[in-house]
Each structure stands twice: as C-alpha cells, then as structure tokens.
Design a protein around this ligand. Structure first.
Ligand SMILES: [Zn+2]
Length: 635
C-alpha cells in the first residue's frame, strides 16, 4: 500500500492544497455511484497523509478509457496545464486512460507542470524518485486490459451467436422471438431467437421474380409500398426504397444463413473512436428453417443483380425505359379507376390485383373490399370499346393512330434493348474465351475458374433476358400500321398492357371509371363490375354535341348457372312447359346447372330486374370471403 513517503506540500504556502480527483466508469452496467465511491477512497487516503486545508476538484464521468474526447479528462488536462495544481489523485491509472500512449502523456505532462500524481492502487507516486518503474508496471497492467476485454467480448458474442442469439437486425419476413419462445423449440431450433414469417415467402419470391424480369429496384419498392407491405423494423424510414430492396435481396438470411460480425469495428488507438470495416470472413450458421428461397435461387438472383451493377450505365438517365416518366404514371387502368363507393383510387396489390385504397384505412375504412385484376379489366373493356367505336370512325382512327405510335415506340425500345444485350453477350463471350485461354496456359487456375463461373453465370442471365425480349417483340409480329389496324384488338391489348402512353391517351377521354361492387342473387359473393364513360367531343371537335360512350363490364368469371342464363331464358320462352332435364338436354348442359340457372331466373323475375347482379350501394350484411381478409401484418 502506498504510504506517500514524501510529504504533501502546496506550491503556494498561503493557499490550501489544490487537488484534482479523477473518477471514471466505463460501461452502462456500472453504477454511477462507483464514481462517488472512488472519490471517497481518494479522500480517505488524502486525510491520512494531509491534515491542512484542501481545495478539491472532482472530475468524473462515464466513458471509455480509450477515448481522448471525454469532457472530464480534457478539463483535467487543461487544469494541469495551468500549473496551479498540487496533486492529481486517482484510485488507479486507468481512471485517466487505458491506452499506455495517453497514460504516459498525461502523467508526464503533469510532472512537467510540477503537479504530483498519485495512483493509490498502482503504488504510483511521481514524488518517488523511482516512479517511472511503477508507472511502467501500472501501464502494463491497465494496458493489457484492452486485449483481454476485446477477447472476452468477442468470445461471449460468438458463443451467443452460435447458440442462436445475437439477433441484431430484424429484416422483413422475420420476427425476433422472446427467450421463452426460443427455448420452447416451437418456432424453430431451440435457442434461435429468430423465426421466419412463412406468409412473407410469396412476397420475397415475387421480389425475386421482378428483379429477374428486369424491374428496377425503385419500381419494386413502389409496388411494395403500394401493397402496404411494411419493410420490417430494421428499416428506419418505415418505407421500402430501391436501395433497401437491393440490400434486402443481397442478405443471405433469405437462404437461411445467419451471419454475424459482417462489419468489424476497430478501436483506434489515437482517439479511442471506432472505425468500421467490412469483414471478409464473418461467422455464419445455416438454419434451413429461416430460408425463404434456396441457395441456388438466391445465387441466380445475385448473378442477375451483379450483371445489373456491371451495366449500371443503363440504369439511370435516358437509357432507362422510364426516363422522364413520372412515378404516378402506371399501366392502364391503374391511377384512373376509382372505387364506386368512396371514389378513392384503386391501388395495385399483389398479383396485379386492384382494390380500393381506403379498404384498410385505420379510421373510417371503405367497406368495398372487392378486388379485380387489371388484366381482366383490359380484356373485358377494350373489345367492347372497339365495338362501340365502329360507330365513331373519327375517334377510332385517332385511337388507332395514337395506339400505333406508342406500339411502334415500344417496339423500337425492344429492338434497342435487344441490340444492347447482343453487345453484352458478345463482350462476355470474349471474356470467357480469354479466360479459357488463360486456364489452358496454366495461370492461377482456381481464381480463373472462379471468374469463368461468374462470367458464365452472367451470360446465362443475359441470354435469358435476350430471349424474353425476343418473345415479347415477336408475340404479335406486327410490323406496320396496316397490320396493327387489322389486328386492333390484340394490338390495343398489348399496347395497353405495356405502355404508359396508352394510360395518358385514355386519361384524355375517360370521364368516369369506377369499379362497382355487385352481389349475386343466389349467394353472398361480391364481384367487381367496371363502369366507364368515354367522352368523344375532344376528338370530333364538336363541343355542342359531345358523344358519350358508356361501357359496363363484369370483370369476373360468372358461375356456371349465370353463364347460361340467356340460353335458359330462350329455351324456357320457346318451351314454357319443359322442365330442367329436357332443357338441359336441348342446350347440352348439366341438368343441375340448368336447374340452378332456372332458379336464378326466377329470383331475377321476382326482383323485377334483367340484371343478374345487384349493384351494392351499402355494405352488404354478408359478403362471402370478405371476412377473412385483414390488413397483412407481416412485421
Ligand atoms: Zn372505396
């Protein structure tokens, strides 16, 4: 135990002994009262060796002993530099610093300023002629704490990770388990604090499909946000972004591989601050229970993503097919069709389905939960529109003109894309040839083979994309405006399906476009019926007599009995006395279907209507299949 052989004397005999006491605790687990306790020990020591008047400055805080930017240590150094202090007293050297480099600097600066330093626990007293020996010992002792702690923290973390713990990032499609849940083994391997949300798998796979089909990450993010799919608690913005989509799909947890310490934080000796660095060989552990896709599926996806990065020049700017197109421009009829009940827009959800965007509002939700496929709307409405337009040749011609223009434009884009892809294929083939050559000559075989594999993977993906482009372009084989006009039905459908310009075109003429929920007479099922109005005055230029075309189309597959209503009605009209068996024989349909169809006709007659469906203006008491649908809570 230190005995302070040299008596304590103040520099200025007229003033009390001026003492700085330094206390510090490092981690949040340590109690702040530890600082006070260490000050108490200092004061007890002081009272044993000095009984005159004393001025004490207490400097204590919570912070790492490796940091040089701690407020109390900066203040201590500034005070010492004034040369007015007699003594710095600490429980041990590590209260000031843990890093020997800074320990020496601190003590030596104090000595230069004729301020005595005593570290009680280290037997260090700079008034002792041999103090440097004690300083060396103390420095070694506290300095070694750094690698010791590093090792201990690391060992504990690795152990916990391999036991299923250290769950830090919860990505979309996963859930953190409580200790009890993990221990039960009910949600996966015992101890694993993470579980897959099985209902997220279709969404993850759809994301993958879209990337493989060439969708931009941004477009995928827009789709996810529009579908109200929350990005998981790991995202700080609470919304999907292109970058997040890309990062998410890169994460190997999707194939069931947990990684730990992907980033290494190293503490800089200079100031004790952390620097981050990517870890080349992180800890990994494979859990099949966590996989949303197979290893092969994800690797194929990564190759597609890599080839995208390689050709990133095409991703932005004019090369991008969506360059200059506002985000809110969609493929028809999105952004144009509204809910007949609340007049809100229908929004795209999964699988090309549209539904009222207010259907799941938290306050005052819209009761209309009917869903309709965008493609069904196009297929049901466009032929009807063309049929009606036969009576309005001026508009028909204008429509053909505009549709052909955008079709041709798109065809151009496809050709450009094809030739771009051809160039890429050529480039990669050359690379492959070179690699094969290099392997033959016996270069660094392993690395070369690795590279060759990567090149071949990229080639495969680009080949597939090239083929898909080819298929798209040659589906119709339409080369000229005449051919387009002759096959207007198909041409229009293709244009509508793939062209943003078509959406703009329709916006000019469609004055009303709603999805009306209708209910069957013999069941509680609710179906979507599209109703839209075209206003042709803009075309013909005759404001005085605008022509309006109204189209009503049931956008669903009617049940068997409803489908043959008309046939049954006619047969019944011709043979009023016949029963369902004879009618069934006549129209060649199953007799149970005919029976239900005849019953359906009776229901219509008693309701005094020719419409097989009731248009709903109020929430139906019962609606089959609506009850189960809830807001997807995939968090
Ligand atoms: Zn609505």
């Amino acid at each position: 135990m230190l005995t302070a052989n040299t008596p304590l004397v103040q520099k200025d005999p007229t003033s009390p002994l001026r003492v700085i006491m330094i206390g510090r605790i490092s981690t949040p687990q340590q109690n702040e009262s530890n600082i006070v306790a260490s000050f108490a020990a200092d004061e007890k020591f002081l009272s044993q060796f000095y009984d005159g008047p004393v001025t004490v400055k207490h400097l204590g805080e919570r912070g790492s002993g490796l940091r040089t930017d701690r407020q109390s240590i900066i203040e201590a150094e500034e005070e010492i530099a004034t040369g007015t202090w007699d003594l710095v007293l600490m429980e041990d050297l590590s209260r000031a610093y843990r890093n020997p480099r800074h320990q020496y600097e601190f003590i030596q600066d104090a000595v230069d300023n004729e301020t005595r330093v005593i570290c009680i626990g280290d037997n260090l007293d700079t008034a002792d002629p041999n103090w440097e020996v004690m300083m060396g010992a103390a420095s070694l002792r506290h300095g070694l704490h750094i690698p010791d702690t590093r090792r201990r923290v690391r060992r504990t973390a690795e152990y916990t990770f391999h036991k299923g713990g250290m769950v830090q990032k919860i990505r979309f499609g996963y859930r953190k388990l409580t200790k009890e849940e993990a221990a039960s083994g009910q949600f996966g391997p015992v101890g694993l604090r993470l579980a897959k949300l099985a209902e997220a798998t279709p969404i993850v796979m759809e994301m993958r499909r879209r990337v493989m089909a060439g969708y931009e990450y941004e477009a995928i993010a827009v789709w996810l946000n529009e579908s109200e799919i929350p990005p998981g608690s790991y995202s700080s913005k609470r919304k999907w972004t292109g970058a997040l989509v890309s990062r998410f799909l890169r994460s190997c947890i999707l194939q069931g591989v947990r990684r730990f310490r992907e980033t290494i934080f190293t503490t800089q000796f200079k100031d004790g601050k952390h620097r981050r660095k990517k870890n080349a060989s992180p800890e990994t552990k494979y859990y099949p229970e966590l996989a949303h896709m197979t290893k092969e599926e994800q690797e194929e996806l990564w190759i597609a993503m890599d080839s995208r990065t390689v050709n990133s020049g095409q991703k932005s700017g004019r090369g991008n097919p969506r360059h200059g197109i506002a985000r809110d421009r969609g493929i028809w009829p999105s952004k144009q069709v509204r809910c007949a009940i609340c007049k809100g827009f229908l929004e795209r959800t999964l699988n090309d389905q549209l539904k009222c965007k207010h259907a799941f509002d938290s306050d005052n939700p819209c009761w209309n939960h009917v869903q309709v496929k965008a493609e069904t709307i196009r297929q049901k409405i466009l032929p009807q529109l063309l049929e009606q337009l036969d009576r309005h040749p001026a508009f028909r011609a204008t429509l053909i003109e505009a549709a052909w223009a955008s079709y041709a434009q798109q065809r151009q884009r496809q050709l450009r894309k094809s030739s771009d892809l051809d160039a890429q294929i050529q480039q990669l083939s050359k690379e492959r040839q070179n690699l094969v050559q290099a392997i033959r000559c016996g270069g660094e075989i392993e690395a070369l083979v690795e590279e060759l594999k990567a090149v071949e993977g990229r080639l495969r993906v680009i080949d597939l994309t090239r083929q898909a482009t080819e298929d798209e372009a040659s589906t119709l084989g339409i080369q000229s405006r005449e051919q387009f006009a002759a096959r207007l039905n198909e041409g229009l459908l293709v244009t509508a399906r793939e062209n943003f310009e078509f959406t703009d075109l329709m916006r000019d003429y469609v004055t009303e476009f709603v999805i009306q929920p209708v209910q069957a007479m013999d069941s509680t099922q609710v179906f979507p019926r599209a109703k839209l109005t075209f206003r042709l005055s803009a075309i013909t230029g005759s404001e005085s007599s605008p022509v309006e075309i109204r189209i009503v189309a049931d956008c669903f597959q009617p049940s068997g009995p409803v489908e043959i209503l008309e046939q049954c009605r006619q047969a019944k009209a011709e043979h009023p006395k016949w029963g369902c068996v004879r009618i069934a024989r006549l129209i060649k349909k199953p007799h149970m279907t005919v029976k239900r169809s005849l019953h359906y006709l009776e229901l219509m007659a008693s309701a005094n209507t020719n419409d097989p469906f009731r248009e709903l203006s109020e929430k139906p008491e019962k609606a089959a299949r609506w009850t189960k649908r809830r807001k997807n809570n995939l968090e």
